[in-house]
Design a protein around this ligand. Structure first.
Ligand code: ADP
Ligand code: MG
Length: 547
């Protein structure tokens, strides 16, 4: 061993993979993951059915959801999952795009490695290309009026196409835009600030998606605890309580000895007294309505009804938080401390048939998107689609920059990057070119997922861009090359910038590794205790059967 080099002592089961082998191993793991989601890209992308180790089923087209549910425990493949998660956090949409580009970057990098180009040169070239690409995105982007509802609806529709929300895209896009508009405020400097905290999504099964609606305030999917309670209030004082209205448990190990009927009566009396006292405390605050996050005892329910107070028990934590915002109330976690200062005010109404309460605040703006669908699977996927749409519409409303979709921006970027590559010297030039080729995975996948020939499509698209048609993209339904901005296929620029950034960062991270030292067998590293379909890439292979 050379001087100054750290000595590595490895355990008996340890495995070590170095240099090219390490890179090849990592790249193939990362690519396998990326390729598994590519077939979902775009309006004609397919869905995936994911079955977890408990047998529960998710059917989705959403990149990040697929990767999260896949329960991947290969460390390199996990980096690709992180790309999707970063993209989801930062942009809310474009996860499949980001992952597909990352996979393609690695595939092209592998070819460069085979030509004995050093990873450092590839990484440098990828960084240069990513920076240039982001600048070009900004150049290609069109500035739009952030209050242009027509355009915002197109952005929403583009992000929802291919999801099950597709069927009721018009309605849902309209609802999403209305929701975002309702919580958008114009700042002093004229910029628009969207506060998505004030948009709640509530789902209900049993009716069709076309009956989804946008409601002012909160929607609470609960019944009153007692049928004799009032359910409509024009202006109610509302107590939000995170404390059970129940008899306090006696210590678990003290038992109550009851020897005769008198003692039993006494015991019951004391319980009743406690509950009466709790109800009196609520009455004393002046509350007309109590939303309780915990349980409410039967007797307390009856007593509250007699006092003419509406009570709801086991209110969801997220609903409590939203109610707090829109009613201007403060959640009380100890009933003994509750006063009128904690109450909020608002209008309460009831849809008994749907089993819903509508709660509108007097001051605070807040809206609920009530999504309906026939089954749990339908509403879940609807919610994912609408959530993405909310994110992209609010990003667009705040940022104002949009891009032509359908692969148009990718083809334009690739062409500009190839021009830029001419100005780059050394091996990095090849890496910039490889980057340009990689982002064209988007139009290629859009085409092949639509059953079109991806090479022919790319040739047509490139020709259009060469003749100056910056907005030429693919109409996946006809196979024609069209001006996608005119066609209403519109994406926010921010999400594309983020996708380029996270894809190139992840690829570089994988390329930087030249030495894998695993404490155990590489193929089964990771959490053993999850009881999934085996470990490592083997686990993914198991999932692959369902793809
Ligand atoms: P992601 O997770 O990356 O958002 P999607 O499955 O939502 O993946 O697909 C997004 C891609 O589909 C974008 O490139 C977008 O431009 C494209 N796209 C969306 N609607 C259409 C359409 N009507 N025609 C062509 N391309 C479309
Ligand atoms: Mg999308």
């Amino acid at each position: 061993m050379q001087q100054g080099q750290p000595m590595i002592i490895m355990g008996e089961d340890a495995q070590r993979v170095k240099d090219k082998d390490a890179q090849e191993y990592n790249i193939s793991a990362a690519r396998a993951v990326a390729e598994s989601v590519r077939s979902t890209l775009g309006p004609k992308g397919m869905d995936k059915m994911l079955v977890d180790s408990m047998g529960s089923v998710t059917i989705t087209n959403d990149g990040v959801t697929i990767l999260q549910e896949m329960d991947i425990d290969n460390p390199t493949a996990e980096m690709i999952v992180e790309v999707a998660e970063t993209q989801e956090d930062e942009a809310g949409d474009g996860t499949t795009t980001a992952v597909a580009i990352a996979g393609e970057l690695l595939k092209n990098a592998e070819e460069l490695l085979d030509q004995d180009i050093h990873p450092t040169a590839i990484i440098k070239g990828f960084n240069m290309a990513a920076t240039e690409a982001r600048e070009q995105v900004d150049d290609i982007a069109e500035q739009v009026d952030p209050t242009d509802e027509d355009l915002l609806r197109k952005v929403a529709e583009t992000s929802m196409t291919g999801k099950s929300s597709e069927l009721d895209k018009d309605l849902l896009a309209r609802l999403v835009v209305e929701a975002v508009r309702a919580v958008t405020v114009e700042a002093d400097d004229g910029s628009h600030v969207v506060d998505l905290e004030f948009v709640e999504i509530e789902t209900q099964t049993g009716r069709s998606a076309s009956e989804s609606e946008l409601l002012n305030g909160a929607v609470i999917d609960k019944d009153p605890v007692n049928d004799d309670m009032p359910v409509e209030f024009d202006s109610a004082d509302v107590l939000l309580l995170n404390d059970p209205i129940e008899v306090e448990e006696t210590d678990a190990d003290t038992s109550v000895n009851i020897d005769n009927p008198d003692q039993l009566q006494q015991f019951l009396d004391s319980e009743e007294k406690q509950l009466r006292q709790k109800v009196d405390q609520i009455v004393a605050t002046g509350a007309d309505v109590v939303f309780c996050q915990k349980g409410i005892d039967d007797l307390a329910q009856y007593l509250l009804a007699k006092e003419g107070i509406l009570a709801v028990r086991r209110t969801k934590k997220s609903d409590m938080g939203f109610l707090q915002e829109i009613l201007g109330a403060e959640i009380v976690s100890d009933l003994d401390a509750a006063t009128d200062a904690h109450l909020g005010t608002g209008r309460i109404s009831r849809d008994a048939e749907a089993g819903l309460f509508y709660v509108e605040g007097d001051d605070a703006h807040g809206v609920t998107l009530l999504l309906r669908g026939s089954t749990e699977h339908v509403v879940d996927e609807l919610e994912r689609g609408v959530q993405d749409a909310l994110d992209v519409v609010s990003t667009t409303a705040a940022d104002g920059r949009v891009l032509p979709g359908g692969g148009a921006v990718e083809v334009e970027l690739a062409s500009r990057l190839r021009d830029y590559a001419d100005s780059v010297s050394g091996r990095e030039q090849l890496a910039v070119e490889a980057f340009a080729d990689a982002i064209e995975v988007v139009p290629r996948a859009l085409a092949s997922n639509a059953g079109l020939d991806s090479i022919d499509t790319l040739v047509d698209l490139r020709a259009a861009h060469e003749s100056g048609d910056t907005r030429a993209g693919l109409n996946v339904f006809t196979g024609d090359v069209v001006d996608t901005l005119d066609a209403g296929v519109v994406e926010p620029a921010h999400s594309k910038e983020q996708a380029l950034t996270s894809a190139s960062e992840a690829a570089n991270l994988v390329l930087k590794i030249d030495d894998i030292i695993a404490a155990g067998d590489l193929s089964t590293s990771g959490d053993e205790d999850e009881g999934g379909a085996g470990g490592g890439m083997g686990g993914m292979g198991g999932m692959g059967g369902a793809m």
